[in-house]
Design a protein around this ligand. Structure first.
Ligand SMILES: Nc1ncnc2c1ncn2[C@@H]1O[C@H](COP(=O)(O)OP(=O)(O)OP(=O)(O)O)[C@@H](O)[C@H]1O
Ligand SMILES: [Mg+2]
Length: 256
């Protein structure tokens, strides 16, 4: 079991936006494999295509070319229902904007997707309480998003992404828009939870201190993914495909 089958494999993903002269070639053959239990940082400057890549991996968008393989299954020919099933059963997604439902409290925001997926109220609520308590929000269950701080809202969004017990967590700057101290706090909780539940995770972040805590990092550079070693002190040291090093831009070290 030293080299188990990847939970997520991206093969030569291509994605462009627009047409003709104004076409933006964002992903140009991005490849990646993540195995169970691996926590991988996705880094790259703003506009590099991190969200596009995560949406593609999460079956929210389709690539122009290339393969998305989840749990050994090629997702190219799945219909909408099958894609929804995979998202519901195997994936957890933390969006760049946390998208909490304003009219529902923290507990309901976490429990609702599970209830819609068919879980009983008791079952969904019990899991929501467990996750929110783990995220340090046991005292905030009945707070609506407007009654929560930014960091607390982010933690509710993380709990919600984990409520279906996914095998793979895709998180798009889960600590974006937080002050550095809160970002570290939320991130440490997220990583602890991911490790405790033995999930695989791909986490986009601009914060190299946080990236350095993950098992490895991949840098999105000119539409391709390059293995890199993030160091807390500075830029990621890209050391992947030949020829890319010379032009490798230093990823933003912007702190939130
Ligand atoms: N639906 C779309 N139509 C046209 N262009 C798009 C679309 N979605 C994304 N883009 C463009 O693709 C590029 C990559 O966007 P993406 O959101 O993936 O970047 P990102 O790496 O996540 O950036 P950030 O760090 O700012 O979140 C951007 O230049 C963006 O303007
Ligand atoms: Mg983004």
């Amino acid at each position: 079991m030293s080299n188990p089958q990847p939970i997520l494999e991206l093969r030569e993903i291509v994605r462009s936006f627009g047409e003709g002269q104004s076409v933006l070639r964002i992903l140009r053959g991005a490849s990646l494999a993540i195995r169970p239990g691996e926590v991988v940082a996705l880094i790259g400057p703003s506009g590099a295509g991190k969200s596009t890549l995560l949406h593609t991996a999460g079956l929210l968008e389709s690539p122009d070319a290339g393969m998305v393989i989840l749990g050994g299954r090629d997702c190219a020919d799945l219909n909408d229902k099958e894609r929804t099933e995979i998202r519901r059963n195997e994936l957890g997604f933390v969006y760049q904007a946390h998208n909490l439902l304003p009219e529902f409290d923290a507990l309901e925001n976490v429990a609702l997707p599970e209830r819609i997926a068919g879980a009983s109220k008791a079952e969904a609520n019990a899991e929501a309480v467990r996750l929110l308590t783990m995220m340090g929000l046991g005292e905030r269950l009945d707070h609506r998003p407007t009654e929560l701080s930014g960091g607390e809202q982010q933690r509710v969004a993380i709990a919600r992404a984990l409520a279906n017990k996914p095998r793979l967590l895709l998180a798009d700057e889960p600590t974006g828009n937080l002050d550095p101290k809160t970002a570290k706090l939320v991130f440490d909780e997220l990583i602890a939870l991911v490790r405790r539940e033995n999930l695989a995770a791909l986490i986009a972040t601009h914060n190299l201190d946080l990236a350095a805590k993950m098992d490895r990092a991949v840098v999105l550079h000119e539409g391709r993914l390059v293995e890199g070693r993030p160091t807390a002190a500075g830029a990621a040291d890209a050391s992947g495909e030949a020829g890319d090093q010379a032009t490798q831009p230093k990823p933003d070290a912007t702190l939130h």
